[in-house]
Write a protein that binds this ligand. Sequence first.
Ligand code: NAI
Ligand code: A1CAB
Length: 281
Amino acid sequence: MPQNTAPVIAFLGTGSMNGSILRGVLASGVPADRVRATTRSADSARCLAEETGVQVLSSEADADANARAVDGADLVLLGVKPYAILELCDEIREALDPQTVVVSVAAGITLDAMAEHLADGQPTVRSMPNTPSSVGRGVVSVTGGHHTTPEQLAIVREVLAQVGTVVEVPENQVRAVTGVSGSGPAYVFLLAEMMQKAGEKLGLDPEVARVLAKETVSGAGVLLSPDDADAEALRKAVTSPNGTTERAINTFLDGGVEQLVADAAAASANRGDQMEEEFCG
Ligand SMILES: NC(=O)C1=CN([C@@H]2O[C@H](COP(=O)(O)OP(=O)(O)OC[C@H]3O[C@@H](n4cnc5c(N)ncnc54)[C@H](O)[C@@H]3O)[C@@H](O)[C@H]2O)C=CC1
Ligand SMILES: O=C(O)[C@@H]1CCC=N1
């Protein structure tokens, strides 16, 4: 993305997820002066500003912080917790330019609910990103709202492409995206935690077990990185007939791991549905 034409982006609520996208956007070469951010506390605003060089306003220190941050922005990324998204829409509604595209990264908040809390005709996008965005290896879905033009959606896609792979899905599939990739990094980290514990049980020093587990998961991730990489083929390359890995894989499969992963993804998706009912009515 050419630096002088980069859209001005405001990140409202810059914690784990919006912070990951912010760091990824900056790492891709978007200049810090094209970006603003808000957090709740003055301390976190100061830390983030020092780390990134971006102007960060605190909503605790300045009640107008969010409204001020969206002034002149082309894109606004809403990154507060789901229960607070619609309140934040109310807060910034009058300060938004009619052309500004409002992108929510929240689970369980629908495009219709956002539209009800913004001015008529305000362009909106619902997205479901994940935290590897901070290292440019995120994967994120986008769904355009009723008033979002293809050109506006293309700009959002272009910005998010700086932090990873972008897919477009209909809104009724965001629940499935959440179950696979939104929550997904946590599944992989859980596996790494369990591999470390297993190593300790097998008698390894905890630090050695930590390094083995962490490097195995991250190294396997690198092998899976090329576009044409195939998880099944990579697994088979480790699995010698009647060897050690075959015994381990069969232990996973006999223990019902496939059903367990499907159940976990469905539980995440179903919680997204529940949140829609709780917060969007
Ligand atoms: N953490 C993740 O891996 C993912 C999170 N999400 C979505 O991202 C959103 C945020 O989640 P996290 O980043 O995990 O939460 P978080 O708690 O780390 O971040 C929320 C941030 O919002 C700030 N904040 C709260 N109220 C504010 C206000 N009125 N004005 C300005 N800043 C305010 C907080 O200080 C905090 O920095 C949620 O809606 C979640 O559904 C989506 C995909 C993945
Ligand atoms: O746990 C959550 O609700 C958020 C949404 C997807 C990942 N983290």
